[in-house]
Design a protein around this ligand. Sequence first.
Ligand SMILES: Nc1ncnc2c1ncn2[C@@H]1O[C@H](COP(=O)(O)OP(=O)(O)O)[C@@H](O)[C@H]1O
Ligand SMILES: [Mg+2]
Length: 414
Amino acid sequence: MKLSTGRWVSGDDFFDREKELELLEAGVRDGNHMVMTGQRRIGKTSVLHELGRRLERRGWVFLFADVEADRSEEDLIASLAKAIHPVTPIRTRLARDMGRRLRELVGRVEEVSAHRFAVRFRAGLDSGNWRRHGEELIAHCAEHDHGALIVIDEVPIFLARLFRQENGGRRVEEFLSWLRATFQEIDGRDLALIVSGSIGLAPLVERLGISDRINYLDPIRLGPWNREVSVRCFEELTRSYGLSTDDGVGQAVYEHLGIGIPQHVQSFFARLRNYVRMHDRSRIALDDVAEVYHTELLGPSGQNDLAHYEARLRDGLGDEHRYGIAMEILAEAAVQGIFSADARRQLEERHSKLVKDASRQVADAVAVLVHDGYLEQGLDGHRFASNLLRDWWKTRFRHNYRPLVEESRDSVRD
Ligand SMILES: Nc1ncnc2c1ncn2[C@@H]1O[C@H](COP(=O)(O)OP(=O)(O)O)[C@@H](O)[C@H]1O
Ligand SMILES: [Mg+2]
């Protein structure tokens, strides 16, 4: 098993997830459409690629479109076209039925790269025709002799971006209605759709009051690895890299993380490996775990990873004010260890002086933070699920944050 801390993994570098894969494969073979959610770096894209690899071995076609960078409906349809390009039989049919204008734009389909094909295809799309061309693309996939799976990854980010544009709410609604109608039209054939992503799809459609637009999608939540799997993965990595460990190192790694987010397990291993190499050792000692957690994972380079979390959160919340509220909630939960009912009241009260619907905004922000796996609801309030994330935010806010609940005591004193 090779270490990976960046892109998705599959094949020999892919660890476990057997149950999830079985579930997904059964769903796909039954022709179900699904929506897979789970927090960042939990391994969604990896599971989907691994699923695709397994289906391909059974003769299925696997089409994967990453729409994270797409800015419009037309961009997304072009991303689907790009995903189709490598599949010769579908591409050939598509080229045959494309219509003169698109054919002129695209040129000889077999001779251009997938990327160039998508760029040229995109040039032929506009707000009036993307629906029709999108339907055609999907219909071509449905006509494939064997089954086909279409995965559209990072859909919530795409929708959040659409939402921020002019007529955003309407465009999100129309896009989701179109997607639903298109896939329901071809129901019963061997074509499955999986939509996936991390940042609040359900909270977004709820906010817009259009949850019915995604209720044909079976929800699948990808959760963290449990302790046993996390420890096994860590041990597999140490073996692969010829390292030995003191007893209990894998357990200590899991204890520090608090939750088995695969990328965090991998990243912890990567940093421990570098650490022992720097000390000319090939054995990871138990004490190294705490040391590396504090100086590396929470240190400057670890802080760099946090910046990505922040950027994603900002995208997902789709509104500066709500984003500000979410940051305050995270700060409170990190520094105080809990975002309590009291703190929530304080926050609502403070923001009610700035906006009319403060409690709604707080509720929205909490919903996104829970949905995206940052916070978990307990009896007495919300807490971080991951120690690492909690400690990251804590390190960031420690010196510049005034707890919400203490603030209430101050104001009583005033
Ligand atoms: N099944 C897995 N086996 C090993 N590592 C994994 C697995 N799933 C995720 N990872 C780790 O997490 C990182 C991010 O995975 P990815 O699939 O991109 O997550 P997501 O799409 O949920 O953000 C990978 O680079 C890898 O380090
Ligand atoms: Mg992903």
